[in-house]
Design a protein around this ligand. Structure first.
Ligand code: ZN
Length: 276
């Protein structure tokens, strides 16, 4: 790892010792929009920890159509099934908004979790969080009207990316929440007129978060509370580590003791920082 600064909040929430177990194996990559990270029914080589941008998890619904079932940004990890020992993806994971990320080989993740029960427990807690969130989205899709779901989706996307301006087309939004484009166009126009968002060609920006939250269904608040309760912290609520601690920690982990599993793995793999 070159940079001492970690922006992914799941990584930042790890204890120093747990982070030390995976830090030597993390690689910085730049994820380009529309890149497919995992194909359905295909082995996953890496999991990804976004530092900016958004990754969509898409489920097949027949006739070649895909619907978003989960959205990952810098709060989480792309490739949750790997935590549960599942290495073949059942979903397609595609970069929605490009940005920097850290990636980790699935085998290194599994080895580190086997070595450190506390790391396994933390990642299992994250998997539990994802299960809760995706089931909430399922309930939301069955219960709440499109306008409320769209407001919830925009807030979730803004929470998970580094900026409030989201380069999202209305066609993309329609595909993500599984409704007709004309329906999204009508809702977006109403949000714009109401001063909740502003739109430009191919993008939108959150102007009034409180107003958008008042339109969103209760699922947004439920899901946000689940995040704070299970995962702790966010860019709106503070972070466990400061830059100095991370830097000191990286100094620590570059000196793995000879003969340890960590040192053995470090010596057998050459790093390609900033590769893609
Ligand atoms: Zn809802």
């Amino acid at each position: 790892m070159n940079s001492p600064v970690i922006h992914n909040e799941l990584l930042r929430s790890l204890s120093l010792q747990d982070y030390a177990a995976i830090c030597p194996f993390l690689e910085r990559v730049s994820l380009k929009a529309n890149r497919v990270l995992h194909h359905a029914r295909t082995p996953m080589d890496y999991v990804y920890f976004p530092e900016d941008g958004l990754v969509s998890v898409l489920a097949e619904v027949g006739d070649g159509n895909l619907i978003e079932v989960w959205l990952v940004g810098r709060e989480g990890m792309v490739g949750t099934p790997a935590i549960l020992g599942v290495t073949v993806s059942r979903h397609r994971r595609i970069v929605h908004l490009g940005g920097p990320a850290l990636r980790l080989r699935v085998e290194d993740l599994v080895n580190a979790m086997n070595d450190r029960p506390s790391l396994r427990a933390r990642f299992l807690q994250y998997a539990h969080y994802v299960l809760l969130q995706t089931s909430q989205i399922g309930a939301c899709n069955a219960k709440h009207p499109v306008e409320q779901r769209l407001a919830r989706w925009i807030l979730m996307a803004a929470d998970r990316s580094a900026a409030d301006r989201l380069p999202l087309t209305q066609q993309t939004l329609a595909r993500m929440i599984g409704v007709r484009r004309a329906t999204v166009t009508r809702c977006i126009a109403a949000f714009d007129r109401g001063g909740l968002i502003t739109t430009a060609r191919g993008s939108l920006q959150v102007v009034s978060r409180p107003s958008l939250e008042s339109v969103a269904c209760p699922c947004y608040g439920i899901m946000r509370n689940q995040y704070f309760q299970l995962m702790g912290g966010s860019r709106h609520g503070g972070v466990p580590y400061d830059t100095g601690v991370i830097r000191a920690h990286e100094h620590l982990v570059t000196r793995a003791a000879p003969g340890t599993k960590q040192a053995d793995r470090e010596s057998t793999r050459s790093r390609q920082p900033f590769s893609d």
